[in-house]
Design a protein around this ligand. Structure first.
Ligand SMILES: Nc1nc2c(c(=O)[nH]1)N[C@H]1C(S)=C(S)[C@@H](COP(=O)(O)OP(=O)(O)OC[C@H]3O[C@@H](n4cnc5c(=O)[nH]c(N)nc54)[C@H](O)[C@@H]3O)O[C@H]1N2
Ligand SMILES: Nc1nc2c(c(=O)[nH]1)N[C@H]1C(S)=C(S)[C@@H](COP(=O)(O)OP(=O)(O)OC[C@H]3O[C@@H](n4cnc5c(=O)[nH]c(N)nc54)[C@H](O)[C@@H]3O)O[C@H]1N2
Ligand code: SF4
Ligand SMILES: [Mo]
Length: 694
């Protein structure tokens, strides 16, 4: 099946090989902790190469395969270049080109009509298609605040872990990534950095060459796990049990830094009582691993210093994700690993940059003028689009404006998401670069620029630099930056506040506080002044400066089994005995790049990895098609019989576009909309299924 975007009548300009080459500072816009600095080479108005900025230390001289092919994405023959209106049924992908005037008038008229009845019936839906502060959430937020539209809780990725870090450390703060190179013990936990954070992986390799021991804690035997000394392949969602057993072993071995705990940790006695109930044997049973392996990890963590944990969001996409992150985050506090700059933990560094971001200036929440619209959780968009008006919920959602996101592919329980977006009475606007599954359901599609065509400012959640992205080329076709689209819509809506006239240059200058904009522009990035070992002497950003174990309103963290597990749902687990996780594919970024043919060719087809014994028991042979199903739906995938899958767990890789899959669906057909224990996040990896030959 191929993408059904209307053929573009415009061919892109060709570079003149004799023309001089200019180089432009860029920043990778993608939702990736590495936030690389780009150097874009331009020849007579055409971007000819996108490379790593060799001077940016964090980028380490190289981009990932995906983004080194960014020009293929920008000049993709299926780029959306004109506004379009839908002429066939929702989801059919039948569209007709219209003028910007017609598109803007149509959208403004419909939004005005809905807002006149109830502004909360309008929902903006966005995520991290671009992480840029301007094209992400600036003019768009102003626009929806002025309307008084429903607010969106952006939970789909990291909110359980984020809430857990905030409860424990007081913010999303952690080690600086470059110091992992000096660690002697590197624990890679719920993370596959060769895929998802290749620049961190380089640091881990540097540490390994300097004789560090590397552990990987992941149900899947990933490429990264293969290259670590030890791999602990636990069942999905059992990280909390493992962390409790590690704490109990640290206590038993007396590997605690009593001085650090006394001065910088509060609530340890209560945790101690709970942890001591978790022998390695008990945790081994919950995690489905050997108790000796848990003992070995505890022994290493107790004795090898400096010890650094690279935690990633993969492990918090389960019911107990928040509790598990809280427990793991305590480990370096109990051993005093934070005393060294190469010790501690990194899940997210975004809290550091949060100190210089001026989100209020960009997003202008004051435009709400005292109104307090309801908040819709983006992870339950399926059920919320289908909800009737009620006292608890408010009005039915009548209009959705999607930008920087592809909910049809990425949101859980796709059957409901699709049914919601297929509602005939729903007015849907999608700002996109491509005709995604979501754009197929739009009434109006508005063409957006890519990173090479617009200005932006970036912070990072994996390092502590801020970057600028200068436009390298003019917008292609009639595409416009998100900021400009919302500016034009604001004018059509009759909004008169002068903030709707701020141009991108003004927004860029307002985006950060305490950062010299000329310096940022001159070099392409600025490094924030963060201490090398930020918590060597405590000073966590909690109210009392201490690590909080018995957090207010939360109590002491505990192991919380998955919603869909033998412990919590024995009957369900008899019918659907396999746990499915759906981690990222290396050559896609969530659902972005699935339509870039050279990258899709590397990934091949949507696969399901299944362990040899599980395959044999079901008559599944390697390379055959399988039907993966549960009570919510089914999806056809290509079976890969492999020890990359542990017994009892199947791995459905990557977020494929539904229409580029094998049966017009993807793995989110099987996931559910129940939320994590903290932060209201989705529990994508808390999902039971059964598998049969197709
Ligand atoms: N190439 C590529 N890079 C990406 C992305 C992508 O899609 N492709 N996604 C980006 C995004 S949005 C994010 S949020 C970041 C971080 O993205 P993450 O989703 O954290 O990605 P990974 O580093 O692949 O780590 C997930 C790992 O967690 C494992 N895992 C699943 N369940 C569990 C569990 O219960 N416990 C433990 N211990 N491990 C578990 C998976 O097998 C997988 O190897 O990466 C970003 N980088
Ligand atoms: N089953 C399963 N589902 C998952 C995950 C998983 O591991 N398993 N991972 C989850 C995670 S961690 C995340 S973060 C979410 C990601 O969910 P999303 O943030 O929705 O990510 P993408 O699928 O990359 O979609 C981003 C879209 O934004 C568009 N875009 C990019 N730049 C711009 C721009 O400047 N303007 C406009 N208008 N559009 C732009 C891209 O073309 C792309 O279609 O998915 C989640 N879904
Ligand atoms: S996706 Fe990540 S590794 Fe690739 S260029 Fe962007 S920031 Fe760098
Ligand atoms: Mo994410």
């Amino acid at each position: 099946m191929d993408v059904q975007a209307p053929a573009s009548p415009l061919s892109f300009p060709a570079a003149d090989p004799a023309a001089p080459v200019t180089q432009v500072h860029g920043a990778c816009p993608h939702d990736c902790p590495d936030t690389c600095a780009l150097r874009v080479s331009v020849q007579n108005g055409v971007a000819v190469r996108v490379q790593a900025d060799p001077e940016h230390e964090r980028t380490l001289g190289a981009l990932c395969t995906k983004v080194s092919r960014y020009t293929e994405r920008t000049y993709h023959p299926e780029r959306l270049l004109y506004p379009m209106k839908r002429v066939g049924p929702k989801g059919s992908g039948q569209f007709q080109r219209i003028s910007w005037d017609e598109a803007l008038d149509t959208v403004a008229a419909r939004l005005k009509a809905v807002a006149a009845r109830d502004p909360e019936a309008i929902l903006p839906y966005s995520y991290a298609g671009t992480m840029g502060l301007l094209q992400g959430e600036s003019m768009a937020a102003r626009f929806f605040h002025q309307i008084g539209a429903s607010l969106l809780d952006r939970t789909i990725c990291a909110s359980a872990g984020g809430a857990a870090l905030a409860a424990t450390y007081g913010g999303k703060v952690g080690m600086q990534v470059q110091f992992f190179a000096e660690s002697k013990l590197v624990v890679i936990w719920g993370s596959n950095p060769i895929t998802s954070s290749v620049h961190f992986w380089t640091r881990a390799q540097q540490a390994k060459r300097a004789d560090a021991k590397l552990w990987c804690i992941d149900p899947r035997r990933t490429d990264s796990a293969d290259k670590c000394h030890r791999h602990l392949a636990l069942r999905p969602g059992t990280d909390g049990a493992l962390a409790l057993a590690l704490i109990s072993e640290l206590i038993r071995l007396d590997a605690l830094d009593h001085d650090y705990i006394a001065r910088h940790v509060s609530g340890f006695e209560k945790l101690k009582a709970r942890a001591l109930e978790w022998t390695p044997e008990r945790a081994a049973e919950a995690c489905g691993v050997d108790a000796a392996l848990i003992r070995e990890l505890a022994q290493d963590y107790a004795t090898i210093q400096p010890a650094a944990i690279r935690l990633n969001y993969g492990m918090q996409r389960v019911r107990g994700g928040g509790n598990a992150v809280r427990l793991i985050a305590l480990l370096p506090c109990l051993t005093g690993a934070w005393r060294h700059r190469a010790g501690g933990l990194l899940l997210s560094a975004s809290g550091w940059a949060g100190r210089v971001r001026n989100d209020a200036a960009l997003q202008r929440p004051d435009l709400l003028a005292g109104r307090r619209p309801r908040t819709i959780n983006m992870s339950t968009i399926g059920q919320d689009l289908l909800r009737e008006p009620s006292a608890g919920f408010g009005p039915r959602i009548e209009a959705v404006v999607v930008y920087n996101s592809n909910p049809l592919a990425v949101a859980p329980q796709s059957a409901q998401v699709a049914a919601g977006f297929q509602r005939e009475d729903l007015f849907t606007v999608v700002l996109e670069q491509f005709m995604t599954d979501t754009a197929d359901h739009a009434d109006i599609v508005l063409p957006a620029t890519t990173q090479l065509e617009h200005l932006d400012v970036h912070t990072s959640y994996g390092h502590t630099d801020v970057l600028i992205n200068e436009p390298a080329i003019a917008p292609l076709g009639e595409a416009k930056p998100n900021t400009q689209i919302f500016r034009l819509l604001a004018a059509r809506m009759g909004f008169t506040d002068p903030c709707f006239q701020d141009d991108d240059e003004a927004l860029a200058r307002a985006a950060l506080k305490g950062v010299d904009f000329e310096e940022l522009r001159g070099r392409g990035w600025v490094t924030l002044p963060i201490p090398d070992a930020p918590f060597a002497e405590g000073g966590f950003p909690t109210p009392d400066g201490k690590v909080s174990i018995d957090a207010p309103g939360l109590g002491v963290p505990d192991f919380v089994p998955n919603y869909e597990s033998a412990e919590a749902a024995p009957e369900l687990s008899r019918r659907y005995p396999l746990a499915m996780i759906s981690p990222p594919a290396r050559h896609f970024l969530n659902s972005t790049f699935v339509n870039v043919k050279s990258l899709r060719d590397i990934e091949g087809e949507p696969v399901l990895e299944i362990a040899p014994d599980d395959a044999m028991a079901r008559g599944v042979v390697d390379g055959s098609l399988v039907r993966v199903f549960n009570d919510r739906g089914e999806v056809t995938l290509r079976a890969r019989v492999s020890t990359r899958a542990r017994p009892g767990v199947v791995n459905g890789l990557g977020v494929w576009w539904r229409k580029l899959g094998l049966d017009g669906r993807n793995v989110n057909e099987l996931t559910h909309q129940r939320l994590t224990d903290m932060g209201g996040g989705p529990s994508f990896y808390d999902c039971l299924v059964e598998v049969r030959p197709a």
